[in-house]
Design a protein around this ligand. Structure first.
Ligand SMILES: [Zn+2]
Length: 419
């Protein structure tokens, strides 16, 4: 796929995610690279089309290497030579002048991206041992033997030989036999011993032809998804979040609340919601300055609005009391999530607590917007009641809390969750 098409598709995806299709240009709050990370790494798990495209191209490589007749393979062999069917490692391969774009893409995967990640994950599985080169194909260990033992390879009299040719059967006993250009020195004998230790004592020969095996799947067959995730690990830098934070990112998606609510807390954890501070830092002029809607003289940052503002503090403390928890508001949202769910005695209760954690954050945001845009008034009691009602509704509608009456939920949610 041409790079310009990939770019266009990503633009459409981005506009869809950040809601800019009809409403003009919107702020992309999180970089596309981060959005494409798996959820357990703090992303949204959106597929990166460039990597999907590469994975699909690599599938052609895999199919070419499979035995069996296919007309399209014959056409390629006629056009580009027999190597088209047997080459695994294409780095440094010079392309003929006139090639189709598709073939250029397929050959260019390694050349362009400076990686032999296809070859790296391919390995020969022995059948009769007649089509796997002893030194040059990778069939034991993580590299071809010529790379693992370059000295011995240079001395071998049979550099192109197949595995079966190295297996000598005399008097019914199997053994590995290698022939050398000259007698080995002592230190080379030591290398040979290491090689002998690596080689299998018994080879379960079969009548079947040797075949390629894909190391990223248990059954050895290539899959586009395994390639995709592998490419993700190759091309993405390590996440800027620590292990504890990533643990929280992995957990939030399992909460029984609407996905828009989880997406909101996801943005909040990344400090990417449109608080006044965040809008100002993106160069947006605000009427009324940076002040929090609940208190004068304090800037509206994410941590202030949702944790350290008096208003938020009152709400959280009321929620803690409602759940019977003795907690002090910790310094950040990750810890708050951990304290909150960590206080639950078992899995059922933990799920309920995660539901309430999300609902509380959602209602804090909603009440802020009501005050800012709809002339709402500050009413702590009402927000707390709304959190109880909304969490009860979401929990029941998703069948994720046991059936209970609303007054029971208000009275003791822990008891309801344990049913
Ligand atoms: Zn405030």
């Amino acid at each position: 796929m041409p790079a310009v098409v990939i770019k266009k598709i990503i633009r459409i995806q981005r506009e869809f995610l950040w809601g800019g299709v009809k409403g003009g240009k919107k702020i992309s709050w999180v970089s596309w690279k981060e959005v494409c990370r798996p959820r357990s790494e703090g992303g949204l798990g959106v597929r990166d089309v460039a990597k999907v495209n590469l994975s699909l191209l690599i599938k052609w490589r895999w199919r070419l290497l499979q035995s069996g007749y296919a007309f399209w393979k014959e056409v390629l062999v006629a056009k580009y030579g027999i190597m088209a069917r047997f080459k695994v490692h294409w780095i440094g391969h010079a392309l003929p002048n006139r090639v189709s774009l598709w073939w250029k893409d397929i050959c260019g995967i390694d050349i362009r991206e400076d990686g032999s990640w296809f070859a790296r994950n391919m390995c020969r599985k022995l059948g009769n041992g007649n089509s796997t080169r002893f030194w040059l194909d990778r069939w034991i260990g993580s590299l071809p033997l010529s790379d693992q033992f370059p000295r011995l390879f240079s001395l071998s009299l049979n550099q192109q030989g197949m595995v079966r040719e190295f297996r000598d059967v005399r008097g019914g006993e199997d053994g590995w036999v290698m022939r050398w250009r000259r007698r080995l020195f002592v230190w080379e004998e030591e290398l040979l011993q290491r090689l002998q230790d690596l080689l299998p004592v018994d080879v379960p020969w079969s009548e079947a032809e040797d075949r390629w095996s894909w190391r990223l799947e248990e059954d050895g067959s290539f899959s586009v998804s395994s390639m995709y995730w592998y490419l993700g690990s190759v091309f993405s830098q390590a996440s800027s979040f620590n292990a504890q934070e990533l643990w929280v990112f992995g957990k939030i998606w399992k909460s029984p609340v609407p996905s828009k609510v989880i997406a909101f807390t996801w943005k909040l954890l990344r400090n990417r919601i449109p608080t006044r501070c965040n809008l100002a830092s993106r160069g947006i002029q605000l009427i009324g300055g940076l002040d929090c809607v609940h208190c004068v003289g304090r800037e509206e940052s994410g941590t202030h609005l949702f944790m350290f503002c008096d208003f938020a503090g009152q709400i959280w403390n009321a929620i803690f009391r409602w759940l019977g928890l003795v907690l002090v508001i910790p310094p950040n949202f990750f810890l708050l999530f951990e304290c909150f769910t960590g206080a639950a005695a078992n899995k059922k209760i933990r799920k309920g607590y995660a539901l309430i954690w999300h609902t509380t954050i959602w209602m804090l945001w909603k009440s802020r917007n009501d005050i800012m845009f709809s002339n709402g008034v500050i009413d702590v009691e009402k927000v707390i009641d709304d959190i109880k009602l909304l969490s009860w509704r979401w929990g029941l509608s998703r069948h994720s809390i046991p059936v209970c009456l609303f007054y029971e939920w208000c009275w003791d949610p822990g008891l309801c969750l344990q049913r």
